[in-house]
Each structure stands twice: as structure tokens, then as C-alpha cells.
Write a protein that binds this ligand. Structure first.
Ligand code: PLP
Length: 405
């Protein structure tokens, strides 16, 4: 008789977004006259930019002609896209990344979930708390996280790095040495970033301790401050200790179109001298048959002059929303952070209110939906996440309602 992978049974239910969905539906059903505004989701709302659409159309037409039709894509992705990435995301920032160090994928969620496969099951992971849940859940599925304690909401074999107001929502170097360190900046959910010198400390720590950093830079395009690094490879020595993950979802609206990439430098080796680039190439070649040609052409268009201009305008639109939310909340007396280099605003719930109590309060009294911080980990308790991905009009209206509370 077959048996399931027991590790899946250890996973706690993913209650966060389903609970939010249920609460919102129940509220709407009971109050059909109320217009509920969601600033809860992490999905973009602006359509794909014209330059991207034009490229998509062209690629679709190519698929209709025998001479230009494309079948399976190359393992690592098309060279035209990898070259555009190497030039625009790295070379332009003074970083040399070879195109065979870039692996095109269908997004950063897949990469951040799959990357753990090339590491030993004995490796110990360290994550920020609160955190994007994919890192921990996928390691739990692989049997790397020990047992889950529902009371503390913590796994026995995971090193948690609390990110709270006291440390500026930036993790501190852990006391127990991890093998794999997940970092995400600009951060989801806190919207926090770290400066280059802080990231350099992590790179030095990883190199000194033989650890690898999985650096999730999905929100890189939202960085507005000068001394915030866009890539971990801006730090000296990062190529021997880090993998970087990028996404086209938030910089160019590909959440439904799907495109991302991982950078695995050739210098990155484990203690036996095994190349992670070769292992990831092996894994990619075996388990992934490539992002579609038309989508890779759409990705290439993001780096065209028009594409850059148009996507920058979309980011500016979202960041204007972020400013409205952040300043509006501050005026209303809330303690807020994030929203400067990230589309997320992280606010402390009013005295004595848990994250979920504040969720209910906001839904019932302002008809605004956000995300309870505790859903991202125990250190998120007492916080609440609002996103800048809504429309300008809805953002203004939501803020007006929150201020009137
Ligand atoms: N990484 C982080 C930190 C995210 O917040 C998200 C999406 O919300 C992703 C990765 C997923 O990106 P993608 O759409 O490329 O899979």
C-alpha cells in the first residue's frame, strides 16, 4: 500500500488567506450595501505595459509561422533574455554575472521553493520572523524543519531571526550557525530594507561560517534610496556564498504571466567543492522544461527603452499609493514603517489589539481589508500589512475611512 510523504502531514494549515477570504465573504454577505476595499493582497492591479504587450503579440505571431515557430526552450532560458538580464540587472550596477549563471524560471515562488532540493536534508535553515511562508513550508515538505509546535507556531529545527521595531525589522546574526540563510530585501511583509554595509556583514558571516544565503530580491525594483543594494552581488565576496532570486511579477506585472530567474554563481561551492551552479543546472534540466518563448520575449521587452520607462511609471504609481498610505496612517497616529523601498506598509496595531482583532476592527468599521502580521510568523503579532498594489482611487478612499475611525 502506498504511503504519503509524512512531512506534508506535519504542515500547519495555511489559514491566513483562507481565513481572510472567509471573514470578508461573511461580512459582505451580512452587509451587501458596503463597499469593501482590499489592501491585503500582494498582487498587482495595473495591466502589462504597452511595450510588453507589443512584444507578446509579435511572439505569438511568430508561433503561427513554420519558420519562426519555437518548441521546447533551452534549459537555462533563451540567450536573448539572459543577456538582457546580465546587462541591465547586473553589468549596469558594476556586477559581472555570466549568462550561464542565470537560470530562467516561471517565477520566484517556484525557485524559492525548489532551491532547497540541492542541499542536504541535514542542513539547518535560518529565516526571518515574520517571513514569506514558502521558505519554511518547502523545507518542511523536504523534512528539514523537525516538528511543528502549534502553541509557539515554531518548528523545532529552524533558526528564527525575529525582525521587530527594536532592530529596525532587520535580522541579527544568529547565535546558532545555520547552513542555509533565507534573506528577502526589500522585505515582504515588513517593507523593510537593509543598507549595503549591513548586507555585507551577512555575506562576510556566510563566507566565514560556510553558509549559503538564498537572497530573494523579488521587490528590488521598488528600491528608492541610494545606499540600499539592488543585488547581493554588490557586496564583496557574495559570489562564493549566495544565490539570488528575482521575479518579473512586481517590477513588470507578470504575476499571471509568470517569469523569474535565479542566479547561481560558478564560484559557489559546498565544502566538498561541488558546484551549486552545476547541480541547479542538473535539477533545472531534469524537472523544468522552460518558461514559454512568448513570455521570455515579453520579459526581454521589460529591458527595452520603452519597457523600462513604462514599468518605472507603474512602480511610481504604486509607490505613490505607498506614500499616501504611510503618511495618512502616520497622520492618524499609527506607528508605521516600510513603504519607502517596498510596496508594503507595516503598521503597529493600536495598543492592546492583536493583529486579528485589528483586522476585524478595520473590516467592520472602515470596510478595509489588510493582512494580519501574525499570519507571517509569531514576531508579526501586533502588526498589520497594507499593500500599495490597489488603485489610486481605492487607496485614497481606504485612507479616508481609516482616518475617520
Ligand atoms: N518572493 C517574495 C518575497 C514574494 O513576496 C513573492 C510574491 O508575493 C514571491 C517571491 C513570488 O514571486 P513570483 O510571482 O515570481 O513567483
Amino acid at each position: 500500500m502506498f504511503k504519503v510523504n509524512d512531512n506534508y502531514l506535519k504542515l500547519p494549515g495555511s489559514y491566513l488567506f483562507s481565513t481572510i477570504g472567509k471573514k470578508v465573504s461573511a461580512y459582505k454577505e451580512a452587509h451587501p450595501d458596503k463597499e469593501v476595499i482590499s489592501l491585503g493582497i500582494g498582487d498587482v492591479t495595473q495591466p502589462l505595459a504597452p511595450a510588453i504587450i507589443e512584444s507578446l503579440h509579435k511572439a505569438v505571431d511568430e508561433m503561427a509561422v513554420k519558420e519562426t515557430f519555437r518548441g521546447y526552450t533551452p534549459d537555462l532560458g533563451y540567450e536573448f533574455l539572459r543577456s538582457a538580464i546580465a546587462k541591465n540587472d547586473y553589468k549596469a550596477r558594476g556586477v559581472d554575472i555570466a549568462i550561464d549563471e542565470i537560470f530562467i524560471s516561471d517565477g520566484a515562488k517556484s525557485d524559492s521553493g525548489n532551491i532547497q532540493e540541492i542541499f542536504s536534508v541535514d542542513n539547518k535553515i535560518a529565516v526571518c520572523d515574520p517571513v514569506y511562508p514558502v521558505y519554511v513550508d518547502t523545507n518542511a515538505m523536504a523534512g528539514r524543519t523537525g516538528t511543528y509546535n502549534p502553541d509557539t507556531e515554531l518548528w523545532s529545527d529552524v533558526i528564527y531571526m525575529p525582525c521587530k521595531a527594536e532592530n529596525g525589522f532587520a535580522p541579527e546574526l544568529p547565535e546558532t550557525t545555520p547552513d542555509i540563510i533565507y534573506l528577502c530585501f526589500p522585505n515582504n511583509p515588513t517593507g523593510a530594507t537593509i543598507k549595503k554595509e549591513q548586507l555585507q556583514q551577512w555575506v562576510d558571516y556566510a563566507n566565514k561560517n560556510g553558509a549559503v544565503i538564498i537572497y530573494d530580491a523579488a521587490y528590488e525594483a521598488y528600491i528608492s534610496e541610494e545606499d540600499v543594494p539592488h543585488s547581493i552581488y554588490e557586496c564583496a565576496g557574495a559570489k562564493t556564498c549566495s544565490i539570488e532570486l528575482r521575479s518579473f511579477s512586481k517590477n513588470a506585472g507578470f504575476t499571471g504571466t509568470r517569469l523569474g530567474f535565479a542566479v547561481v554563481p560558478k564560484e559557489l561551492k559546498d565544502r566538498e567543492g561541488t558546484s551549486l551552479n552545476a547541480l541547479w543546472a542538473r535539477r533545472h534540466g531534469t524537472k523544468f522544461n522552460g518558461a514559454p518563448y512568448i513570455i521570455q520575449r515579453a520579459g526581454e521587452a521589460v529591458y527595452s527603452e520603452e519597457g523600462k520607462k513604462q514599468t518605472a511609471e507603474q512602480i511610481a504609481y504604486y509607490m505613490n499609493n505607498a506614500k499616501i498610505i504611510k503618511e495618512g496612517l502616520a497622520e492618524a497616529g499609527f506607528t508605521v514603517s516600510g513603504g519607502v523601498n517596498a510596496p508594503y506598509i507595516w503598521l503597529a496595531t493600536p495598543e492592546g489589539m492583536t493583529s486579528w482583532e485589528f483586522f476585524d476592527h478595520l473590516l467592520e468599521n472602515a470596510n478595509v481589508v489588510g493582512t494580519p502580521g501574525s499570519g507571517f510568523g509569531p514576531s508579526g503579532e501586533g502588526y498589520f500589512r497594507l499593500t500599495a498594489f490597489g488603485s489610486y482611487e481605492n487607496t485614497l478612499e481606504a485612507l479616508k475611512r481609516i482616518q475617520a475611525l
